[in-house]
Design a protein around this ligand. Structure first.
Ligand code: GNR
Ligand code: NI
Length: 172
């Protein structure tokens, strides 16, 4: 098991469109375990493979308070969306920033599970929002893309400035 490094906005690698997973094997399952460990340690409620620089269509999520509801979704596809929900979203790749984003309130989706099985499921509320946020990552999209250009640029500039300070602190 290992904690993986999470890419941060505006890293261009976060804009990569992930490709479908072709085989679900032990190596993929080891990556899924590392993604859960990384997500729980962060802590976060979801993590897309894109965020750890693996550009495959794979995500993990757990919105429970006690790490009791882990979900691993391979090649997820949203089949249906219903209703509107506005949530204050954050992102491990945009640390320290939160903003309201409009998403579908209910979704039905299809994916492959970690044993290679086909699954169909419905998700509502925070879990559904999380899945939509993670699937956006797989398409190279971030929650800041739903904000105005001005807000996104302000966040980008501050994160780049913070990163410079982190680098100079590290070499002192
Ligand atoms: O930890 C996270 N919290 C969160 C809150 C509201 C909507 C979406 C999320 S996902 C985020 C973790 C993350 O960045 N996943 O990509
Ligand atoms: Ni995110």
């Amino acid at each position: 098991m290992a904690i993986l490094t999470i890419l941060e906005f505006p890293d261009p690698r976060l804009r990569t469109r992930a490709v479908p997973v072709e085989v679900v094997d032990d190596k993929l399952n080891a990556l899924i375990d590392d993604m859960f460990e990384t997500m729980y340690a962060a802590p976060g409620i979801g993590l897309a493979a894109s965020q750890v620089d693996v550009h495959k269509r794979l995500l993990v999520a757990d919105v429970s308070a006690d790490q009791s509801e882990p979900h691993a979704l391979i090649n997820p596809v949203i089949l249906e969306k219903d209703g509107v929900i506005v949530t204050e979203e954050g992102c491990l790749s945009v640390p320290g920033y939160y903003a309201e984003v409009e998403r579908a309130e209910h979704i039905r989706l299809r994916f492959v599970g970690r044993d290679g099985e086909d699954v169909e499921m419905e998700a509502s509320g925070l879990l559904g929002v999380c899945f939509q946020h993670e699937i956006d990552h797989l398409d190279g999209k971030l929650f800041v893309d739903y904000l105005s250009e001005a807000k996104r640029q302000r966040i980008r500039k501050r994160l780049v400035r913070d990163k410079r300070h982190q680098v100079s602190a590290a070499i002192m």
